[in-house]
Structure formats: structure tokens, C-alpha cells
Design a binder for this molecule. Sequence first.
Ligand SMILES: Cc1ncc(COP(=O)(O)O)c(C=O)c1O
Length: 358
Amino acid sequence: MNFATRAVHAGLEPDPTFRSVIPAIHQTSTFAQPAVGEFVEDFDYARSANPTRAALESALGELEGGLASSFSSGMAATHALLSAVCAAGDHLVLPNDLYGGTYRLVDKVLTRFGLTYTLVDQADPGAIVAALTEKTRLVWIESPTNPLLNVVDLREEIATVGGRAFVAVDNTFATPVNQRPLELGADAVVHSVTKYLGGHSDTVGGAVIVKDPAVHEQVRFIQNSVGAVPGPFDCFLVHRGLRTLHLRMAAHAASAEAVVGFLKSAPAVEDVRWPGFSGMVSFRHPDAIGIAQRTRLFTLAESLGGVESLIEVPQAMTHQSVEGSDAAVPADLVRLSCGVEAPEDLVADLRRAIGAGA
Ligand SMILES: Cc1ncc(COP(=O)(O)O)c(C=O)c1O
């Protein structure tokens, strides 16, 4: 079935007891057992499994084309996948313009447990091949990247790795509307569902979706062992968000296109970037901080992917953890998350904020 149809219906079986069309929010920590060890499916304790979470996981798996596990944040999802797949002594290859939090997790936490890494320009196949060693266990791809919005050809990059390492793709910025890495040969997809999948800036969450059932079991084992699970209400919100994902992504892209059309001829604006899909736009301007503080419709805030527009200066806000490293971002970079408001209102807001500082 088409993606739009799957987005609306994924993971939604009518409730078996009352036939409610939308599954109940099972706000419970545990499940009554009629006899020792007797319980429905794997619902014995809510860290291990919860029906509201199971419905969301089924939907996420359906939309990315694999087996999904959900987490209390995107970082918890990344941590779970890396813990499931890697062990002390393993080497990772990471893009040099990746999300700052992913870099921090690897550089400041996982290296203490014996992982090593190399940062590469992921658009350069030669650099990837040069970075692969016999210890390389995993290649991390982020496309488009946060915040520079660089895009790689996933199929080509996966072919470059050539089966020599596990390939994980952070698909947060593209979403399965625009790119389904598992269909292109990746081994795993990670999401911050906080962003487009949830879509309404009202919850923090993450997901790992994999192809191989054995890897899925390992991820679930980490999910249960570490316990960074999302609450039932958060699962409900993300699941509700998924049902309009395709509509929202089209509207985000329309907003971004209008904003880019304006920015390309705006005074002192340089290096306007937009992947041609999604609502993420970045540009450089000497008064980056002033602009971010002057917009009214674009709220000055971290995060992205909600229906409302946000603006931020990555170097001073979301990407401080990469300061001074090879993954550092320019200080004059502005990142926009274009929401689904009327595009002309977004353009008027930026025109005023940029013009006022000139
Ligand atoms: C590309 C990307 N991946 C992962 C994350 C981490 O997600 P979370 O904030 O939900 O932990 C973010 C957060 O901004 C992100 O932008």
C-alpha cells in the first residue's frame, strides 16, 4: 500500500476488549497474572513491554520496513543500538558534521568503554574506505546532517562500505516519507521521534528499526536491561503524530521552499541550504544571533520538526558539545525548522528580522 495509507493505519488494531478504534493508553507499571508466569504476549512488566508502546513500535516498523523498538529519547535509541551492536575494542566511523549529541555520546561516554572512532567526510567514498579497519564494527550515516544539511546518496555509501561493517542511518531529518534506508540496504535506522515523527513538539522519544531479527532481539535486550523506555502517553502522542506525517512533511517542504526563495536574495545572507525536502533550512549571516532573537513567528528554541517554526544558532545552542572538535559548526550559521504556518507569514517574519539588523 502507498505510504500515506500506511501512515494513517500503521499499528492501529481496534482494541480487543471495547473495539475502540484508537488503542488505549495503558498507563500501568505491571499486569495481573492469573497464575504464576501467565500473562498476555510479553506483557508482564511495563519496562519490558507495554501495549501502547507495542502499537507504536509496530507502526514505526511498518513505516521504515523493519523491526522497531522505541526509547525515551533519540539519544537513548542511539545508545541502545551502539550497545547492542558494538563491544569494547570496536571502531566506529562517524560523519564529521553529525548531530552534536551523537558525537558527545561516542566521544565522552562510549570511548570510556573501549570504543574508538574516526570522523570522516561522509560524502567522500575514499575517506570512508580509508577509515575502515579490521576493527570497524559500525558506520554511522546522518543524512541530511544536522545542522549543515549535507545529503549523501545512501545507496552509494552503503555500497562503499560493502558489507564490511554494520550501517546505521540517523533518519531524523529525512523521515521515512523521503527516505527509507532499510530498503536501500542499511542495517538499522535511528530516529529522534521528538522531531518530525512526533511532529508537535510535545514529547521526547527515540526509535531503532532494524532488518535482522537477531539484532532486533539484541536491541530489545538492551531496551529492557537499560530501561530507557518511553511512557505510554508519549507513545500515544508519537503514534498519533505518525498518522499525519506525510501531510505535514509536504507542508514543511512548501514552507521551506518559500523561505529559501526569499533567503537566496536577502541582504548579507550566504550559503542557503535546503535538501529539497523536509522543513530544515540553514544559512549564514554575520548577525546570526541578532536575527534569531528578532523573529516573532519563528520561536528561538532548540529542537525541530514540530508544526510551529523554530530558529536557532547551532554553534551557541545545540552543537556546543562539538566546539573545538573536527565536527565544530560555524558561529554565523542559523538553522530554521520551517513549520506548517502560511509560508508568506514565515517569509515576512524573516524579512523583518533580517532587514531590521541591516
Ligand atoms: C539528527 C538527530 N539525531 C538524534 C537526536 C537526539 O534526539 P533526542 O533529542 O530525542 O534525544 C537529535 C536531536 O536533536 C537530532 O537532531
